[in-house]
Design a protein around this ligand. Sequence first.
Ligand SMILES: [Mg+2]
Length: 403
Amino acid sequence: MDDGRGGVISSGGGGERGPFLLPPRQAPVLAWDAARADRAAGVLMGMACGDALGAPYEFGPALPDDAPVGMVGGGAFGWAPGEWTDDTQMAVVLLEAAERAVSLDRSLLDLLDDVALGWVAWAGSAKDVGAQTRAVLSAAARPGQPTAARLTAAATAHHERSGRSGGNGSLMRTAPVALAFLSDARAMAHAARTVSALTHHDPDAGDACVLWCAALRHAVLTGELDARAGLDLLPPDRQGTWSARLDEAEQRHPASYVRNGWVVEALMAAWSALVPEGQDEPDGPPATPGNRLRRSLERAVRGGGDTDTVAAIAGALAGARWGASAVPQEWVERVHGWPRRLRVAELGRRGLAVATRSPGQEPGTSARADRSAPVSAEGPVTEPDPGPDPDGTTIAPPPTVGP
Ligand SMILES: [Mg+2]
């Protein structure tokens, strides 16, 4: 059966448990097919491509709808063409922890001390670290060893001292959390809020991470764009506010959100940038998944301001909806970044591996059983998307993951 948000539950669902309790002992079980695997691989690829596309335009003004936007590098921090920024760099640290969790048969939430250490080490040599994130990482690292508990406490203290901590820095890196908890929406919501709170105490930041992870999960599982998929995972007294924000974003343009360093406007700008089916330009390029993905990310960048982050947020959802196979080949060839010039196709493969190897896979469909590559060395899979898989019971072929 379906859990109402696209997840396949074969046994032991979340029942009536609230979203802020620990996840149920017996997690729902996911089934995989090639289209779903393509979408899971697309999440981190879309995020990284949006990040790299927006990097040269960060802090710039909004651009006209027909202004060219390219993977040209430069910007305030002198990025190489196609190089991703702190958004994807911080997400890579989360991805690495999720990979270790898989190998140890643990939850990502058991390894948040690794995340704390990884972020502090990364910040020591990073070109760009967001102001709020840097303040929290610095405080947690003095004196001694940073831990997740110290980060969370430092984030809380930062919020109490400054009166605000609603920057977009936790939303920009949240995508790996969705991949690590695809099988269980409530566990995912708990994890998204917990990981957000490592650096961002503001409830709006936690809400935004829950909503976006739920949208990523819904898109991977069903092939549908729906930012409202996670509304019921928010505290009841905030659901109406967020619903109204999403309504507004659907009527506006990314350039409307000039305060997109704030997590709320960053999410609204990203949602307003997505090009849903039925809104293709009559005289524009063919309405292919690749063109929709590219146009969505270009729209995000043309909104100006924190362009890399808004496009990274939008890109994760565009990748989740249209899949790795929709990422333009020129981007697959150019997009790369920390650590060690990691390539974007490899990022996609690793995200897919986390998605398919984390707890909750249907027996016989786990990527543990098959390690051939769905995202080839030359580029992503090209298998056509058969559309939504509402009952999720089609199991063929098993998800496949590169080495
Ligand atoms: Mg950035």
